[in-house]
Design a protein. Sequence first.
Length: 488
Amino acid sequence: MTSHIALQGLSDPELLRRQALIGGKWVDAESGARIEVTDPATGAVLGTVPDVSAGQTGQAIAAAEAAFAQWRRTSPAERAKLLMAWHDLMIAATEDLAMILTLEQGKPLAEARGEIAYGASFIKWFAEEARRVEGGIIPAPMTDRRILATKEPVGVSAIITPWNFPNAMITRKVGPALAAGCTVVVKPSEFTPYSALALGVLAERAGIPAGVINIVTGMPAEIGAELTSSPVVRKLSFTGSTRVGSILMGQCAPTVKRLSLELGGNAPFIVFDDADLDAAVEGAIASKFRNGGQTCVCSNRILVQAGIHDAFVERLAERVSSMKVGSGMAADSDIGPMINGAAIDKINAHVQDALDHGASIAARAETPEGQYAAPMVLTGATGDMLLASEETFGPVAPVFRFDTEEEALLLANGTPFGLAAYFFTQDMQRAWRVGEALEFGMVGLNTGAVSMVESPFGGVKQSGLGREGARTGIDEYLETKAFHMAGL
Ligand SMILES: O=CCCCC(=O)O
C-alpha cells in the first residue's frame, strides 16, 4: 500500500505500521474493514488502519490479561530497564516520530519534535519511579499482629487517548501503567493512529513482552464499549472532552473501574495592572497558541485589568498579526491546520457569536485557504458569549476587561471546569491570594506553561479525576493491600 508518509522519506520506514497490535502480533481487522487517516494540511489520505471490532478488542483484553500474569511478577529493575530501552529508541527516532505526528495531526514540525521529547520524558520518569514503589508497616493495636500496606498493580488498563498529543498522551499513561506492573490496551484517536503504532514498534524493539502493550485502532464507540464493559479491565485512563469522559465514566460504573480522566478546560489567563507586560504577552502567546490553541490547558479567556488593557492588547495584536499559518511541514509555520472541519466550524461559530454580541477583531493573521483557522485577537469579550463558557480549541484570543481583583476571580472561577489557570502580577501578596483562590488543578504565576513531567497534571470540578506525571502519577495504577499477619 502506498502512502504519502513513506514518500516524505522516513529514515526508518518500518515505523509506519498499518496494523493493530494484539498479543504481540500485527493484525488486520477480522472483517477487513479499514479507516482512512488524512493529512489535515492537505486533505490527502496518508493511508489506512484496521477498524478493529468489539470481538478483536476482546482478544486484545485477553492478551493483556494473559501477559499481566507474567509482567506483574517481573522485577521493578527489569521493568525500568525495558522502559529505558523504549525511551532511548524514542529519542533516537525523534525525527521520524515527529514527521509522522505532524503529517497526521498537523502541528508544526518543531512543536512535534518537542512533543516527542515531552512524550519520552514520561517513559524515562516512570522507568525511574518503577523502583520506588514502596509500601509501609502500620503499628497494630495488638502485640501479636503486624499490618503491612503493600502496593500491587491495578491490572489490565484501558488507555483511550486524543488526537491533539498523539504521542505524549499515550506515554503519560502507558509509562506509569507498565512501571507499576499493569498491562494495557491502547485505543488511540482514529485521527492519529500512526503515532501510536510507531510507539508499538519501538516498544517491541525495546523487548517489552508480547501482550503487555496492545494497540487497537478504529472507531471509538465500539472499541470503547468493549473496553469499558469488560470485567477484566480494572482501570480506564482517558484524555478528551468532558462530554465523552462522563459517558465513559457511566459505562465503567457497572464494573466499578478505577478512573483517571483528563477532561476539558476553560483556562483563564489573568493580567493584572502590575504585571510585567513583556512576560504577560509572551505567556499569552505560549499558553494560547500552543498546538494552534488545540490543547486542554490553552488559555481560553484572557482577562486583562483596565489599566494595562490597551497596552497589552496592542502588543498581543502585533505578535498575533505576524504569525505564520501553514502546513506543519513548512519550516516557518507557527500554526498548522486544525484537526478537521468540525473544529473549524466551532471556531467560526464562536467568532461569529462574539462579533454578534459586540466583540471587535483587534488582529488577524493572514491565513491560507483550507483547513486553517486565523489566529485572532478579539476585544470586548463578555460573559454572554459562547467563547466565555465553551472551549474554542483554536487560535482565537478573546480579551475580557475587568476592574478589580474580586471581579477577575469571579470571572475566572465562574466555570464548571477547573483544569489550568494563569495569572500575571508582580505583587507577592496578590500572588499568594489569587493563586490560592483559583479553583483549578494547575495554576501558573507569571508563566503560560505548566506542562512538564515533574508536575502533577490534572483538574478539579468537571475537568477530571486523578493526576498524571510527577511522583504521584504511578499511584493511579497501584492498589494498596492491607496485609494483616496475626499470631506472631
Ligand atoms: O489537551 C490536553 C493535552 C495535554 C497536553 C499537556 O500535557 O499539556
